[in-house]
Design a protein around this ligand. Structure first.
Ligand SMILES: [Cu+2]
Length: 144
């Protein structure tokens, strides 16, 4: 059953590979990185918009500036703010999802070098079909 499900999930990617890659990709808008001075972890926020006719899913993220990047969601549980890992972010056709403080974000951990205000950090979102969407995000201490 698990193998069958995996095959079903891989089928669209295989079809794309055979026909050449669909040029339509989600776009990253209004992105920024929150990284307070002296902190060893930060978070990336952005609006992820899917202008395509097909749904896509973001399954991971990476950055050359951080050794450990993961998709997270902040939720209030019993009055306490907690973060949990999110396996994927679904983007319906024509829809947008906002990564914002207090909600979805890309958690940035283990910086490879000091990250300062005014720097730009490259972030790549990885789609379920293996394609990547990259953006260079400005580093700020507070929301724009
Ligand atoms: Cu987090």
């Amino acid at each position: 059953m698990r193998i069958l499900l995996a095959l079903l999930l891989l089928a669209p990617a295989a079809a794309l590979a055979g026909r050449g890659v669909d040029p339509c990709k989600p776009v990253v808008e209004k992105g920024w990185v929150r990284m307070a001075p002296g902190m060893l972890m930060g978070a990336a926020f952005a609006v992820l918009r899917n202008p395509c006719k097909a749904p896509v899913a973001i399954v991971s993220a990476s950055s050359p500036a951080f050794a450990d990047v993961s998709l997270h969601e902040t939720r209030i549980e019993d009055g306490v703010s907690r973060m949990r890992a999110v396996p994927r972010i679904e983007l319906r056709a024509g829809a947008a999802v906002e990564l914002k403080p207090g909600g979805l974000h890309a958690m940035l951990m283990q910086p490879r070098a000091q990250v300062r205000q005014g720097d730009r950090v490259r972030l790549e979102f990885v789609l379920a079909d293996g394609r990547r969407v990259a953006a260079d995000l400005p580093v700020r201490a507070t929301a724009p």
